[in-house]
Design a protein around this ligand. Structure first.
Ligand SMILES: [Zn+2]
Length: 211
């Protein structure tokens, strides 16, 4: 058994073109360890790769991706918390300076929540996970006569704010933010346009990055 042909071809392209350019950087990162200053919390969506969008080199971004770029609230309950484990490592070991919650247009997870979609499996892991969005949905209110696309975009953006609120429920993270040693950001990627908007923490509005 081998990897899919697409992956083998892609790896060979990487080995022939990019690896020679990055070889010394990889060796340096292996010897001295990674020291990324930025953590990105993004969606699993195959169209929204943080390393592609931010043109990142090896060692620059510490990335955790999950369905709909959600952050669960701080809950030291002994359960398995993948996002919390990544956060703990990012702030306590790597001492990142920035955390970016990267949301995006046409998010399937947000749509599933908004449409109260039927479970894809008896476990309904997506439904349970997406219930983290409830506070965001409450802030947006019922769809009413809003166009579906507008409503979903408002939900996607409100969910970014909700994830930032939940980040602040982690005591150590919050104290780093209050000490000015860590900055939280929200960003929104338009899949069709490739446009990135950044959340203004004072107003909650998203503004496109200038050309
Ligand atoms: Zn998504």
């Amino acid at each position: 058994m081998s990897l899919p042909t697409r992956l083998l071809d892609g790896y060979r392209a990487f080995r022939n073109a990019r690896l020679p350019l990055e070889q010394s950087r990889y060796r340096d990162l292996a010897e001295h360890g990674q020291a990324p200053e930025v953590m990105v919390i993004g969606c699993c969506d195959s169209r929204v790769s943080p390393e592609v969008i931010f043109d990142a080199r090896p060692g620059e971004l510490f990335v955790v991706r999950n369905v709909a770029n959600l952050v669960p609230p701080y809950s030291p309950d002994g359960a398995y918390h993948g996002v919390s484990a990544a956060l703990e490592f990012a702030i306590a070991a790597l001492k990142v300076k920035h955390i970016v919650v990267l949301g995006h247009a046409h998010c399937g997870g947000v749509r599933a929540f908004a449409e109260d979609a039927a479970p894809l499996s008896p476990g309904d892991f997506i439904g349970k996970w997406m219930s983290l969005m409830a506070p965001a949905a409450a802030s947006v209110g019922p769809r009413g006569d809003r166009a579906e696309a507008d409503y979903l975009e408002q939900m996607e953006r409100a969910s970014i704010a909700n994830s930032i609120d939940n980040l602040l429920s982690f005591p150590r993270l919050r104290s780093l933010v209050e000490a000015g040693e860590l900055t939280l950001h929200g960003a929104y990627f338009g899949v069709a346009t490739g446009r990135l908007s950044v959340r203004d923490p004072a107003t909650g509005a998203f503004k496109p990055i200038a050309e």
